[in-house]
Write a protein that binds this ligand. Structure first.
Ligand SMILES: NC(=O)c1ccc[n+]([C@@H]2O[C@H](COP(=O)([O-])OP(=O)(O)OC[C@H]3O[C@@H](n4cnc5c(N)ncnc54)[C@H](OP(=O)(O)O)[C@@H]3O)[C@@H](O)[C@H]2O)c1
Length: 240
């Protein structure tokens, strides 16, 4: 399925993993993507591999004022914003006694604060284009895992934010899609899961396809928060 016209999609965390896969699937459907992340080399490699023209916009989303710059530069280049995929995120484990102020703040800044800042900065352009917001949350928002205090709080907050955005966006023509995945094989699991477990996780490409398909659905459809999981728990060894 090809999207109706070249959508302009801002994708955060686009240099790797789910963000890269979302940009890839959206670009294959004709979208022009603005790729956001800190590592410029990753963004440039991603842009070069996409099926549609893309712009690279290096930014540290934890820094103040970056949201406004991203929106201003996207509007200057394309004149509109149709989609924002918020995929940038950090997954740092810390059990309660190890939760420092720095750890808590870093996770909150990127996983939650930056999403609000970019969404707020893009709100009017999104309303002008009857745009869509995709929040890449996590199953950790609704399921407890040890060592996840800050991460779970950030993603639970993200799901709650998504419902407020859905409510406030409805009358502005903005659709919100909240996706809460379980394990996906990306760099997020480097040093956290062995290869045999990662091989049983969901592929990022499949998640990118799902996001692009949801974005392409009839706009009279409201999409309730979506949870996706591997068919079987990747941490459980199959019976020999
Ligand atoms: N993989 C999973 O199992 C899983 C499951 C549920 C939810 N998620 C969520 O999916 C999202 C994407 O994660 P992933 O699995 O694709 O892992 P990933 O490959 O590590 O992607 C995370 C991305 O976020 C970017 N990022 C991190 N901090 C940033 C900052 N301060 N400013 C701008 N960009 C920043 C990184 O790029 P730079 O380092 O270049 O900035 C990177 O491209 C995250 O929100 C994660 O919580 C993942």
């Amino acid at each position: 399925m090809t999207l109706q016209h070249p959508l302009v999609a801002v994708v955060t965390g686009a240099g790797s993993g789910i963000g890269l896969a979302c940009a890839g699937a959206l670009a294959t459907r004709g979208a022009h993507c603005v790729l956001v992340g800190r590592r410029q080399d990753r963004l440039e490699a991603a842009a070069a591999a996409l099926d549609s023209p893309a712009a690279v916009l290096p930014a540290d989303l934890a820094e103040p004022n970056e949201a406004g710059r991203i929106v201003a530069e996207t509007l200057a280049a394309y004149g509109r914003i149709d989609v924002i995929v918020h995929s940038a995120g950090v997954f740092e484990k810390a059990h309660v006694p190890e939760v420092t102020e720095d750890h808590w703040q870093r996770v909150m800044d990127v996983n939650l604060g930056a999403v609000m800042a970019l969404t707020g900065a893009a709100w009017e352009p999104l309303a002008a284009s009857s745009g869509q917001i995709v929040l890449i949350s996590s199953v950790a928002a609704v399921q407890a895992f040890e060592g996840n205090a800050a991460y779970a709080a950030s993603k639970g907050g993200l799901n709650a934010l998504g419902e407020v955005l859905r409510l406030e966006g409805r009358d502005r023509g903005i659709r919100v899609i909240t996706l809460s995945p379980a394990q996906i094989d990306t760099a997020l699991w480097d040093d956290k899961a062995p290869d045999r477990v990662r091989a049983r996780m969901m592929p990022a490409t499949g998640v990118g396809e799902l996001v692009a398909d949801l974005v392409g659905t009839d706009r009279r459809i409201d999409i309730a928060p979506v949870v996706i999981r591997p068919v079987r728990d990747p941490w459980v060894e199959p019976e020999p």
